[in-house]
Design a protein around this ligand. Sequence first.
Ligand SMILES: [Zn+2]
Ligand SMILES: [Zn+2]
Length: 210
Amino acid sequence: MKNNSKPLDIMSFKNSGLKLYDIQPEECRKPLVISDENTNWRPHIKRLFEFDPRPIYDRINEESLLNPYMRQCTVSISFLFPKVKGICSCGCGKVLEGRRTRWASDDCEHFARAVFSIISGYSDSIRTYRSLFLGDGWIHCEICGPDSFREQIELDHIFPVKFGGGGGWLSNYQFKCKTCHRKKTNADFGFKQKTKNIQGFSLDNISIHL
Ligand SMILES: [Zn+2]
Ligand SMILES: [Zn+2]
């Protein structure tokens, strides 16, 4: 494994000849496991949680369009959901009616944009969908459980971006309290972070230099 302190830019990634699947484990792209019926989900949220993103990732892999070493990736919505004449782009198969030129319904568009924002690594969207998925009314550490709510909760890439876990599905994200997050990061990178760096530690703004 290459030991870069900086993530590869997309051209260097493409030129390296590496593909997404050479780098990321299956966990980064697997669909979520829905444990119980949550009737409060809006239709596009329910569809998002039941969605198997692997066919999309297969195409991304072929084209090397997504840079898995970046937290935020550039992959276009029109690549993820190509326009089909007269048919909804979201994959639902519905015929476009009236003035609609791309999405058969608002739910179709919301669904497609949600998929796009997750794969693109927009952390606000990922936080929102992950917390809706947990369905507990507040965000808590997924390691220590609901008692952790007093601590600041951070969003963790289970398979780290540093090793190619960027651009993964919701299944590659987990909420962790600072303590669990620090333990996990130390285990991933094989070193202890200095205590003074722990304040405000978040995978959205930290840069780790090995
Ligand atoms: Zn549709
Ligand atoms: Zn915890």
